[in-house]
Every structure is written in structure tokens, then in C-alpha cells.
Ligand binder design. Structure first.
Ligand code: CMP
Ligand code: CMP
Length: 416
């Protein structure tokens, strides 16, 4: 006798699992009751306020992974999000922030900028040191050769920043690319005519590359929320060096990127934008790429080698008093246990970015490993349409952990 799986069951359970992983409710049954009550309420079009106002384990609803919310380019989709605004959890807002960035086909070989004289801003030793520190983790600079990097550093100039200062206004023309030395900044995007806070920078990172890369108006407004300091790179130098470098990257990674199952929902032009923001990092055998419990700021795709994923057994959950833990205490507290291997073409490090939580596992290089790395802003801006595939994998994580430990409660969330 064949058993028929009702339509929508799989998706419903996947959504629920993701919410459980995200919320880590203490009382799973209570959470489930609230979650499905909310789901029903939403489906029948009733007001959602009662559940929104409840305090414990508030389900954030399936709208979190609503395909519409994940759609690319909500620029002109004025109304759809309005009714749901209150319902959409912060994590969703992080993904609907996708700005319109039309993919201008560019041919750097035709750029007139190459004929321009080189820009140099003299610097003191102290300034150069501070600049180098600020630039060392900037992904867009990672693939530059030493000569290109030195030209970039020569061309950059310092800009002190006051609280409240508008560094960039959406829709303006792009003048500079900015690297943060210190200070905090809000990112605002107009969605349906209304300016919304979609993220922030906290004393690190860079912004202002999109208008320069694609010759488009600024896609967001950036406002300083503290005093600070920025390093600026003029448009001409940016295009001469970074954009040209991106063209090389596109050639190098085009075939690989096209082959990734994760990115199948992206248009070819969008996949190329993914290449533009990726940078390659190499790790030695045994090197830790991600530490469980750390704050997350990157997403990884394995280009070559093997990446070992491990989790720590939690001390608390190994005690008999925790009724949720069915795992046998075979391992000592905090021992790291292998849970998965990622090979070429596979990805990791998405979970913490999706859930806005600390890293759920650690990742180590097995042999020499090359990863393509993307920062959180680019991940959110570009990979919304790939969320369905990620969501499926996230649902598998719990199964993996249950198979290994008998319960996900056996996993500690302590910092590494
Ligand atoms: P640019 O469009 O040149 O100027 C605004 C910058 O804000 C943009 O480049 C990105 O560097 C940055 N930014 C950060 N988050 C977003 C976002 N969600 N949408 C658009 N731009 C963003
Ligand atoms: P993140 O939590 O950001 O960092 C660690 C990564 O390990 C995680 O994202 C996933 O990409 C990956 N991972 C693989 N298997 C699991 C699992 N069973 N549980 C948690 N994370 C896993």
C-alpha cells in the first residue's frame, strides 16, 4: 500500500524546523502550538496581533522564508510588504533589502580611465599603517596583486566623519568607494517610497562599490551614527583596478559558478555579480575557517579541498537533569565531533547569516583548502533567491545532529 504524502507537508515541516533552529525554544511543544496557531491565523487572514504580542517563543512565521520576500529587486513592489511589515522578522528585512542594481555589461578594456594619470595621496607612516590595517580584510582587495594593491593604497585618502553625516545618498552618482577605519554607519534603502534601515556597519567593512562597478546610481544611503574615519578610493582608480580585476575573476570563475546547484535560481547576470563580490581565501591543513559561537560576517563556497564541520557537545545537556537530552555521554564535555564534510562546489557558513545568530558549528581545512568568500551584505543582497535551497539544507542539519546525538539539545552554543 503506498502512502501519499500530503501536498505542502514537506515545506511546512521545513519551515517549522528552520524556525525551531532559529528560535531555539525552551519548550518545543509550546512553540509548535504557537507556531501553527499563528500559521493558521495568518492563512485565514485574521489579525496577527495576539501572537505578535505574546512574549515567549514567539514564532516568527513562515513569512520569514516567503518566496516573495526573498524576491530580487523589490524596488517598485510598493505595497506588498506593507501589510506584512509587522510580521516580518528582522531576519527577513535583511533579505528584502535587495536593491536594484542593473547589471551594466562592462568591458574594462574599453575604459577610458586607463589613460588618466595615476592618483597619489601622500601619507605619513602612521596613516599608511592605519590604512593597511583597515584594508587587510576587505574582500574586494583580496585578489589584487601587490602592485595593484600598492596603487590602491597610494590613491586612497582619509576622511574624518561626524555623527549624522550622510556619506552616500541613494540615487546620487558614485564618486568614491569607502573603507571603514572606525565608526558606525546605518544603511538605508528606499522600499516602496519609504526609507528603511536595512543594516549597519560596525567599525569594519566597506561600501560604495556598486555604483562604481556597474555605473548605476547609489543603491543605498549611508549615514554615520558616530564620529569615525573612512578611507576613500576615487572612482577612476577603483574602475581601473578593481573593475578590471573583476573581469579577470569573471573569466576565471564563470564555469565554476555556473556549475553550482545553489545558484541555479539566479539569472546569469546575477551569477556574475556574485563572482564580482567573491574573493578567494586559502587555508592550510587543519586551519580553522569558522569557530563555533563566533559572530558571523562571511559565507563560503569550497573551490578546492575538503572542509570538516564539527560541533561541540554541550556540558549542560550532558547532565541527567536535562530531560531533552537523549544523547549518551560518550564524548567528554565540549569535545568537538565531526558532523559533515564539504567538498568542491558545496557551501557553508550560511546558517548564522540566515538566522542572525552565532556560528552553529566550526569549520576546519582538511589539506589545503581554497574557499570563495562573500561578505554578509553581499550575501543578503544577492542570495535571497537561493534561499529555498539553503532552507532545505538547514532542515537537514537538525536531522544530521539528531542522528548523531539523539537530540539537537546535545549541542552547546558556547563560544569557541
Ligand atoms: P553603492 O550603491 O555604490 O552605494 C551605497 C552602498 O551601500 C552600496 O554601494 C553598497 O556598498 C552598500 N550597501 C549595503 N547594503 C546594501 C543593500 N542592501 N542594498 C544596496 N546597497 C547596499
Ligand atoms: P554557520 O552556523 O554560519 O557556521 C557553521 C556552518 O557549518 C553552518 O553555518 C553550516 O553551514 C555548516 N553546517 C553543516 N552541517 C551543520 C549542522 N548539522 N549543524 C549546523 N551547521 C552545520
Amino acid at each position: 500500500m503506498s502512502i501519499e504524502v500530503p501536498d505542502g507537508l514537506k515545506e511546512m515541516l521545513q519551515d517549522f524546523t528552520v524556525e525551531v533552529l532559529r528560535n531555539q525554544p525552551r519548550d518545543l511543544l509550546e512553540f509548535a502550538l504557537q507556531y501553527f496557531a499563528q500559521l493558521k491565523e495568518n492563512r485565514s487572514g485574521l489579525s496577527s496581533s495576539s501572537v505578535q504580542n505574546s512574549t515567549t517563543c514567539r514564532p516568527r512565521m513562515t513569512v520569514n522564508f516567503n518566496e516573495e520576500a526573498m524576491q530580487v529587486d523589490t524596488e517598485n513592489g510598493e505595497d506588498d510588504e506593507d501589510d506584512e511589515e509587522e510580521l516580518i522578522a528582522p531576519v527577513v528585512n535583511r533579505f528584502i533589502r535587495r536593491a536594484s542594481v542593473c547589471a551594466e555589461a562592462y568591458n574594462p578594456d574599453e575604459e577610458e580611465e586607463d589613460k588618466e594619470p595615476r592618483v597619489t595621496h601622500p601619507k605619513t607612516d602612521d596613516q599608511r599603517q592605519r590604512l593597511q590595517d583597515a584594508c587587510k580584510d576587505i574582500l574586494l582587495f583580496k585578489n589584487l596583486d601587490p602592485e595593484q594593491m600598492s596603487q590602491v593604497l597610494d590613491a586612497m585618502f582619509e576622511k574624518p566623519v561626524e555623527t549624522g553625516e550622510h556619506i552616500i545618498d541613494q540615487d546620487d552618482d558614485g564618486d568614491n568607494f569607502y573603507v571603514i577605519e572606525r565608526g558606525t554607519f546605518n544603511i538605508l534603502v528606499k522600499i516602496g517610497g519609504e526609507e528603511r534601515l536595512v543594516g549597519s556597519y560596525d567599525n569594519r567593512g566597506s561600501f560604495g562599490e556598486l555604483a562604481l562597478m556597474y555605473n548605476t546610481p547609489r543603491a543605498a544611503t549611508i549615514i554615520a551614527t558616530s564620529t569615525g574615519a573612512l578611507w576613500c578610493l576615487d572612482r577612476v582608480t577603483f574602475r581601473r583596478i578593481i573593475v578590471k580585476n573583476n573581469a579577470k575573476k569573471r573569466k576565471m570563475y564563470e564555469a565554476f559558478i555556473e556549475s553550482l546547484p545553489l545558484l541555479t535560481s539566479l539569472e546569469p547576470a546575477e551569477r556574475m555579480k556574485v563572482v564580482d563580490v567573491l574573493s578567494c581565501k586559502v587555508y592550510g591543513d587543519g586551519e580553522r575557517i569558522i569557530a563555533q559561537g563566533d559572530v558571523a560576517d562571511c559565507f563560503y563556497i569550497v573551490e578546492s579541498g575538503l572542509v570538516r564541520i564539527t560541533v561541540k557537545r554541550g556540558e549542560v545537556s550532558l547532565t541527567a537533569s536535562d530531560s531533552r537530552c537523549h544523547g549518551s555521554p560518550l564524548h567528554s564535555a565540549s569535545e568537538e565531533v565531526d558532523i559533515a564534510m564539504c567538498a568542491r562546489g558545496q557551501y557553508f557558513g550560511e546558517l548564522a547569516l540566515v538566522t542572525n545568530k552565532p556560528r552553529a558549528a566550526s569549520a576546519y581545512a582538511t589539506g589545503t583548502v581554497k574557499c570563495l568568500v562573500m561578505d554578509v551584505q553581499a550575501f543578503e543582497r544577492l542570495l535571497g533567491p537561493c534561499m529555498e535551497i539553503m532552507k532545505r539544507n538547514i532542515a537537514n542539519y537538525e536531522e544530521q545532529l539528531i542522528n548523531l546525538f539523539g537530540s539537537t539539545a546535545a549541542i552547546t552554543t558556547e563560544t569557541a
